[in-house]
Design a protein around this ligand. Sequence first.
Ligand code: G6P
Length: 612
Amino acid sequence: MCGIVGYIGERNATPIIIEGIKRLEYRGYDSSGIAILDKESNLKIFKKSGKIVELERSLPSPKETFGNIGIAHTRWATHGEPNEVNAHPHTDCTNRFALVHNGIIENHKKLRTKLESEGHKFTSDTDTEVLAHLIEYFAKEEDNFTLCVQEALKLVEGTFGIAVIDREHPDKIVAARKGSPLILGIGKDEFFVASDVTAIIIHTKKVIYLQDNEIVIINRKNFEITTLENEVVEAKISEVDWDVSAIDKGEYKHFMLKEIFEQPVSVRNAFRGRLVEKLSTTRLGGLAMTGEELRRIKKLQIIACGTSWHAGLIGKHIIENLSRIPVEVEYASEYRYKNPIIPEDTIVFVISQSGETADTLAALQEAQAKGARVLGITNTIGSTIARESDGGVYIHAGTEIGVASTKAFTSQVTILILLGVLLGRMRNLPPTFGAALIKELKVIPEKIQKILDKNDKIKKIAKTIKDSTNALYLGRGANYPVALEGALKLKEISYVHAEGYPSAEMKHGPIALIDKNMPVIAITTEDAIYDKIISNLQEVKARNGRIITIATEGDELIEELSESVIYIPKTIHTLQPLLSVIPLQLLAYHVADLRGFDVDQPRNLAKSVTVE
Ligand code: G6P
């Protein structure tokens, strides 16, 4: 949520930081801005509402934006509408400091009132501006730039990832974090700060992930990390092990489409090295739990938001089925405030693609405060959730840029299947079933590919529903959360109102909505309750509803009921969601694209929600 980038070195900062925030545009894209210190130490600020291209277009000549030190920001508005005034960087009364911020200053009103009473003049409606004035306030007494930032941050309640420059000290960037991610990139005689490695990976792969309450002071030749209390920190330099091709669209029109098509590989990467075929089980070393501890588990709680929460719901079906361990799935935003009950021998899992979602992080901390062991399932190496959890599993889906999550979802589900097998085999799951699941999992990537090969057909179906204003998604068992996920995908990127329902529950309400304009997208893959699903669809048909089915190859009966059928390969019931979600992702993608929307950056959303 919001992206920040900073550069200090020999080169012209402007193109570097503009390119950097473009890479971070998935974190927010309603307005943007840069601040540059030129050779004469003039502070120049350029801001614009709208996407970063608007800012780029509005910039004066390269000569006028030249400087070796600069900071930039792409915004997802929290306080104050997304206009030019509220865009970052923000500055103080004397235009001495410029600051970009990711996070929320919760006590900004109180601080603002105090500063205003002392004569400070505010220009924006943001919470962030208060920080610039606070730094100015301390600078009146003290000429030490770093110290002023430290003192200001000590007064702040809330979260921040910030980068600040100072006209009076034009050889420095000071950056700090608490609750919002921030990394330092180390180049040759140049340094970068950013909220995400993707912003700077074309320049360097050497990074330091700052920890909460740490501040980094970057000069042109070196840097120093301290705590807010000024204690020096020995930070570890990490090497990023992926390259820039991972964040290029390649031949695809959108990142989302590319990421949907990457799923045969990303799912394989999730289970690679984790199957123990000899013992018909799986291995998840990152859990850092002994066999005895795993056998003692009596309950699981899974906490997440959005798409990750849907993966958790699927996980509940699978894990309960395979291991008979009861699983509760909770929205992180609810869990954190409800004084949760965590019985003895409960293990808490948090699932988060970004590893930065504020609600999920707070839920993790709440569970830990209650003494629970919390394990993370994340995609982002070194993310806050990965660091703060007591162990966990990386899903290895690769960078996901499209705001609507796709490949991370199937990788999360894959990990939950591995977990189900692991816990199940330690209990009553027979080796034959464990072996069959592993065997089938190994061919799932090919089956996903077979569905992707139907992309053209799915696009044709999308054309038939693209003007609908509502859609209903139906599924049963583990396919019910798949229906929720299908509906969420459509909502997120094509702004069509859509709901997911358990098929049989339809008659208790949503059936009232059904008419000849309402597409009903039903997952009818054969299983124990196939006949019941067919009866539910008859009820739709009797009311002239339009039925699109996701059915198992060979199911000819379904054609009579359906306006269109998307066939998917047969698989073991447990693995079904990994296949049934793929056509729903493609359907949502094509509807949004056909409606002419910006698929990768849907309105009002952000990829990484680091505010409550
Ligand atoms: C945002 C994103 C969703 C994502 C959710 C949870 O709402 O737009 O795609 O599912 O956050 O994110 P996480 O990174 O914790 O999985």
